[in-house]
Write a protein that binds this ligand. Structure first.
Ligand code: GLC
Length: 549
């Protein structure tokens, strides 16, 4: 079988976290007009579509992931007219626009929930999940992803409602056909507006196990990829999976094993943000990368979907610390080369690459000085729980520094000015002091910058179908430092070899390779021919192509 060609397979995506991207009206928060101002920058980078995280009306308990009206734009970001303008301007530049679709839950300020909690008889009661408590408390022992019980007692009717995330984010009841109907009508309304697709949030949680289940080991089991979810996903697929519409599901808990069902030709989505590679590190002190595990996780997805589905390639988003600080090294000596090494590793795999704002300039984690500099609700809960159980505030802050989502949410660094060119007003979240040398303006001017390296990779990828549709094959599987793979289409072949460690690494290749047939076409450090034994310095990355006769 050959893969069907589509625009989104050939495209490069860019994730915008609007609060931190560009502030056009100087109130300290980014906005839609700010995105418009930077479309030219994105075009120049080689971006084909942007995914904007939620910009709908919201009380912002979870920065827009708590939606109070799906068909209104949050006033902090602008108006619907601003959105229409952004859509038109983006399209005029050939950039498509993907919206975030948050349909596992709403805000507790959504009209449906305000009604729902009024009485057991209310028309909207069954839009959400209400249960009686047990004598000693909530209906069962399920916990929320953001910490604490997943159930909240509502005094009004003395019943509990379910929330997989914050208590201000009640879960919608997908069992109720009226809920599905409302959501599908809203989705169609956005599609009719002319948007180009959806990133579908938290979608593996829409089905829950029976509430009689008490969960023993993994709290996620209660509401992640639960049996029966396929019925809802098929209904959703019939609404969103249209010719030319990009859909990418955020699917925590879906393994490569289930991948074909989710993203095969008949799958629910075009592609998935899988979690296996990013969950190789999570909360905690263990920083750094386990190259063997990373290769195993990514190769598993590459091989499972080869010719049968499609991958979404990412190493950053608004929920995880910066890749250069976790997978690479943000020490000055390795910062540049490790960011480039990671870029080469990820961007040339099979799938659609998503770049998260700031990744292309190598933005790093933030050296937070105090918990008061943190905004994210889950991190604050995590910190409080640690301190309540006897962890010292210093130690708790240390753990927060390494794991907080806010590491990725600090304002985009456009230049080295006081607020990094993001705003002239004090931003809602602290600016990373390294804006003095990590910023767009300086990197545009520096031919050796991370930004210009990203541009080169994007250009290379777009110039060769092999790097888009070609097959993937892992080399040097057991090498603990090197990530090496081949992309091949017909007779055209590329080999990507990256040292993902901060030590020297020896590349030993079989002697039967005709080394003179291979040409170096992109690298981040010294030039060098492909040889049987080659020493790669820390974070060295090279791409070779087989010369055609
Ligand atoms: C997704 C989003 C995250 C949000 C959560 C709840 O995980 O990426 O930012 O907090 O959903 O909507």
């Amino acid at each position: 079988m050959t893969i069907k060609k589509t625009w989104w397979k050939e495209a490069i995506g860019y994730q915008i976290y609007p609060a931190s991207f560009k502030d056009s009206n100087h109130d300290g928060l980014g906005d839609l007009n700010g995105i418009c101002e930077k479309l030219e920058y994105l075009k120049d980078l080689g971006i084909d579509f942007i995914w904007i995280t939620p910009i709908y009306a919201s009380p912002n308990v979870d920065n827009g992931y708590d939606i109070s009206n799906y068909q209104e734009i949050s006033e902090i970001f602008g108006t619907m007219a601003d959105f229409d303008l952004l859509l038109a301007q983006a399209h005029a530049k050939g950039i498509k626009v993907i919206m975030d679709l948050v349909i596992n839950h709403t805000s507790d300020q959504h009209r449906w929930f305000i009604e729902s909690r009024k009485s057991k008889e209310n028309y909207y009661r069954d839009y959400y999940i209400w249960e009686d408590g047990r004598v000693d408390g909530p209906p069962n022992n399920w916990t929320s992803i953001f910490g604490g019980s997943a159930w909240e007692l509502d005094q009004e009717t003395n019943q509990y409602y379910l929330h997989v995330f914050a208590k201000e984010q009640p879960d919608l009841n997908w069992e109720n056909p009226k809920v599905q109907h409302e959501l599908f009508t809203m989705i169609q309304w956005w599609l009719d507006k002319g948007i180009d697709g959806f990133r579908v949030d938290a979608i593996s949680h829409i089905k829950k196990l029976p509430f009689s289940n008490n969960i023993v080991d993994n709290p996620l089991e209660a509401y992640t990829n639960a049996p029966g979810i396929d019925v809802y996903l098929k209904a959703l697929r019939d609404v969103v999976k249209k010719e030319d519409i990009l859909t990418v599901g955020k699917a925590n808990g879906v393994s490569a094993h289930d991948a074909l069902e989710w993203v095969g030709e008949e799958g629910y989505f075009n592609m998935l943000f899988e979690f296996e590679h990013i969950s190789l590190w999570s909360t905690g002190e263990e920083q750094g990368i386990d190259v063997l595990k990373l290769k195993r996780a990514l190769t598993n997805w590459q091989e499972t979907l080869n010719q049968k589905g499609w991958n979404a390639l990412y190493m950053e988003n608004h929920d995880i610390p910066r890749s250069v600080s976790t997978f690479g090294s943000d020490q000055v000596v390795f910062w540049r080369s490790s960011a480039k090494a990671l870029a080469l590793t990820f961007m040339l795999l099979q799938g659609t690459p998503f770049i998260y704002q700031g990744q292309e300039i190598g933005m790093t984690n933030m050296p937070f000085h105090s918990i008061h500099e943190i905004n994210a609700v889950d991190t604050k809960n995590f910190y409080r729980n640690m301190v309540n159980t006897g962890v010292t505030p210093e130690r708790a802050l240390d753990l927060v520094r390494k794991s907080a989502r806010d590491n990725a949410r600090t304002p985009m660094q456009w230049d080295s000015s006081k607020y990094a060119g993001f705003s002239t007003h004090k931003p809602w979240l602290v600016v990373n002091p390294n804006k003095s040398y990590i910023n767009v303006q300086d990197e545009l001017a520096d031919p050796d910058s991370i930004l210009n390296f990203y541009k080169e990779i994007i250009r290379l990828r777009k110039a060769h179908e092999t790097l888009i549709y070609g097959s993937y094959r892992l080399f040097l599987k057991d090498h603990p430092q090197l990530f090496a793979y081949q992309r091949k289409l017909g007779n055209d072949r590329f080999v990507i070899i990256v040292n993902l460690s901060c030590d020297f690494a020896t590349v030993d290749l079989p002697s039967n390779i005709k080394f003179e047939e291979w040409e170096l076409i992109l690298n981040n450090l010294d030039d060098g021919p492909l040889q049987q034994h080659t020493l790669f310095v820390p974070y060295e990355a090279r791409v070779y192509r087989k010369k055609t006769a």
